[in-house]
Design a protein around this ligand. Structure first.
Ligand SMILES: C[S@@+](CC[C@H](N)C(=O)[O-])C[C@H]1O[C@@H](n2cnc3c(N)ncnc32)[C@H](O)[C@@H]1O
Length: 356
């Protein structure tokens, strides 16, 4: 993969510093916040919050949760600032790539962005990933080399692709909803080399970057700018509809419409897979941490998605054989038993089902 805007020594050092701050958030500050929450001795989230605010560990934890992310994007050597200095060159790279195999990149300039994409600076990234080339490259850099999940950024994709193979081993037509710059889509294509794999997203710049990266890797993937709530695909045309980290960015009504669309485009018996933050370990304290994260990192629907009854939603949308389990890339026995993890991370849940 070409690196069109390599970070300078200073920018790399700055990002390593921010990553160090994130380590403090994940470990010491998190443990202090959990201790403070336990002292509240309550299952009531507002009461836990009120009592935890008395603790400096929790104040540090919540400050770092919000501000380390802002530093990453907008500090003096933040990745958005860095990309903005190269805007013209980055736009040209994407436009040049779009001229190669243009039949594989179908953009829809008339597509209206959903409010929950346009009006939320998701991850505190102003303009999200849909505004321009800088944002697409900034998201790609920040979610790979400087990933704040603090584990190998490719490992969730490998878990995702393996689950896809398990649910639909013979799939020939696959959709990856919310594909962004195509990390999850390429993982699916590697796992299903003979299938037609299509990445779907509402954001054009990031799909252009997905197209570029896929050409670089020599894979044939199709990209279609569309809304997961209103797919352009025919009824009963797909063997597998999958998504990696999509639904926690959509409000419940939009998730519901997307499930119905997934069922509509799937063949009977086709596979559905959603790999995302859904099951929240750790009881009331886990839910309190998740709600705080959703507010502080501008991911309001991470909280509402975790509160949805996905089994009932999938049944109502026409799915059967629904299974859900914690399926984190680095499994943790405590979490499997429902307890809080040793350190703060966002536990991943695998939801699978079949079109009835
Ligand atoms: C966290 S990212 C997904 C990451 C991606 N799957 C990967 O593996 O790198 C969420 C993506 O969902 C997209 N998205 C949000 N709502 C959407 C919708 N209704 N239809 C299609 N894409 C949507 C956003 O534009 C964003 O690119």
């Amino acid at each position: 993969m070409a690196n069109e805007a390599p970070l300078s020594f200073e920018a790399t050092a700055f990002q390593c510093f921010v990553r160090g701050l994130r380590g403090v958030w994940r470990d010491e500050a998190y443990r202090g916040a959990v201790e403070a929450a336990k002292r509240a001795g309550s299952d009531d989230l507002p009461e836990i919050e009120r009592r935890a605010r008395e603790s400096s560990a929790y104040r540090l934890y919540s400050w770092l949760e919000r501000h380390s992310q802002q530093f990453k994007y907008y500090g003096r050597y933040g990745v958005v600032r860095w990309m903005e200095q190269r805007k013209g060159a980055l736009e040209k790279v994407l436009q040049d790539a779009a001229k190669r195999h243009p039949e594989r990149l179908v953009l829809d300039p008339a597509l209206a962005l959903p409010d929950y994409v346009e009006q939320v600076d998701t991850h505190q990234h102003g303009g999200g990933i849909w505004s321009d080339a800088c944002d697409a490259f900034a998201y790609e850099t920040s979610s790979s080399a400087y990933s704040f999940s603090l584990f190998n950024p490719r490992s969730p994709m490998d878990v995702y692709a393996a689950a896809a193979r398990a649910i639909a081993p013979q799939a020939k037509a696959i959709l990856d909803l919310g594909c962004t710059s195509g990390g999850s889509t390429r993982a699916l294509k590697r796992a299903f080399p003979d299938a037609k794999v299509t990445g779907i997203d509402v954001a054009a710049p990031t799909m252009m970057l997905a197209h570029l990266r896929t050409l670089e890797e020599g894979l044939e993937i199709h990209w279609r700018q569309a809304n997961a709530e209103n797919l352009p695909n025919e009824h009963g045309s797909a063997d597998l509809v999958a998504s990696h980290w999509l639904y926690h960015e959509m409000p419940p009504a939009a998730v519901r419409r997307s499930l119905r669309e997934a069922r509509r485009v799937l063949k009977k018996g086709g596979g559905f897979l959603a790999y995302d933050m859904y099951l929240v370990p750790g009881g009331a304290i886990g839910r309190w941490l998740q709600a705080g994260y959703a507010a502080r990192n501008n991911e309001p629907f991470a909280h509402t998605y975790a509160g949805m009854d996905m089994k009932a939603e999938l049944e109502a949308a026409g799915f059967t054989g629904i299974e859900m389990r914690v399926a984190h890339p680095e499994p943790d026995d405590a979490v499997k038993a429902g307890a809080l993890p040793e350190f703060r991370t966002h536990y991943m849940t695998m939801i699978t089902a079949r079109a009835a």
